[in-house]
Design a protein around this ligand. Sequence first.
Ligand SMILES: NC(=O)c1ccc[n+]([C@@H]2O[C@H](COP(=O)([O-])OP(=O)(O)OC[C@H]3O[C@@H](n4cnc5c(N)ncnc54)[C@H](O)[C@@H]3O)[C@@H](O)[C@H]2O)c1
Ligand SMILES: [Zn+2]
Length: 343
Amino acid sequence: MLVGSGLSRELGRHARKLLTGKACAIISDSNVAPLFAERVKKSLESAGFRLILITIAAGEKSKTLKQAGAICDQMIAAGLDRQSFVVGLGGGMIGDISGFVAAIFHRGIPHLQAPTTLLAMVDSSIGGKTGVDTRAGKNLIGAFHQPSLVIDDLDVLKTLPSREFNQGFAEIIKHAVIADVKMFRTLQSRKPGDAPALQRLIKRNVEIKSRIVETDERDRTGERAVLNFGHTVGHAIERAGNYSKFLHGEAVSLGIVAACTISVTKAGLRLEQRDTIVSLLERFGLPTRLPSKFPRKKILEAVKFDKKFDGGRIRVVLIPRIGAAYVTENVTLADIREAINQL
Ligand SMILES: NC(=O)c1ccc[n+]([C@@H]2O[C@H](COP(=O)([O-])OP(=O)(O)OC[C@H]3O[C@@H](n4cnc5c(N)ncnc54)[C@H](O)[C@@H]3O)[C@@H](O)[C@H]2O)c1
Ligand SMILES: [Zn+2]
């Protein structure tokens, strides 16, 4: 994992050190490719790689099995083989589908990630989860496939719309709340536009997520589940809003508030700490209250829907204080309903 300025121009050089293959596919989306594909292409070509650029339509709608199949077909037609590799250039959508393609193409070829959103840098590019959505739900089909290299070039964040930038902070604040009280304090006094501080912040988040993932790489034993803090209600809000009302990070922000409310009654979180967390989310322009007309009933239905995919259980992450978290099944639908009603 490399974090710094100007790194996408050095991608080829780093790939050369790591990989023996001669050819690769850059997979990107229709917003990102016009901005950054040229510099990544040049860098790979000057390091001696042959490549094709595959650009798919931007947006979550492209993250499908059909699209993954079409990408594989294009790679085969371009003569890519087992020795080739995939470069994912884009946000989490591209990270997930390009990683999935890398996992299944010739039963697995190396995956390089060049994340271009803050969310992708601090969250989706770490941990090796790849996949696509189906009509029934998000990320139901996928594979674990660790990237060979992740290159976080801070320069690419300059073109990111502010709403997209801010949603990355929902996951950053989540990491602080579950695992790092010191980072929480740093965030409270953050000055926007401080590039070295942003670099340190991204590095720290990569460390936190990597450390948690390492203990439970396949998401089987429960350690990794603490990363779902705020996500039980967050996912449900995304679904209830037809994935269009809120960005993922915005829904997670609301989910964090709900999880904090439950933590006050069930985990002994001090009310004052809950309020501090809410203020920090607001500082980053994230929503902490639902619009009054939002269909709250639909959120609870969506929580029940998610439960189907988790062996019929509701597992929620609670925090006894800022910096500590645990997974519990000791939360009822009634608790969740109450927390949603308070949003
Ligand atoms: N694998 C994991 O562990 C994991 C974790 C969290 C989220 N995810 C997945 O990540 C996806 C969400 O990621 P995301 O929020 O990055 O969304 P995204 O990839 O859809 O990007 C958001 C928008 O920003 C645009 N964009 C990206 N980089 C840009 C740049 N530098 N400048 C201007 N525009 C840019 C994109 O074209 C898109 O329109 C979801 O599919 C989610 O399921 C995966
Ligand atoms: Zn998330």
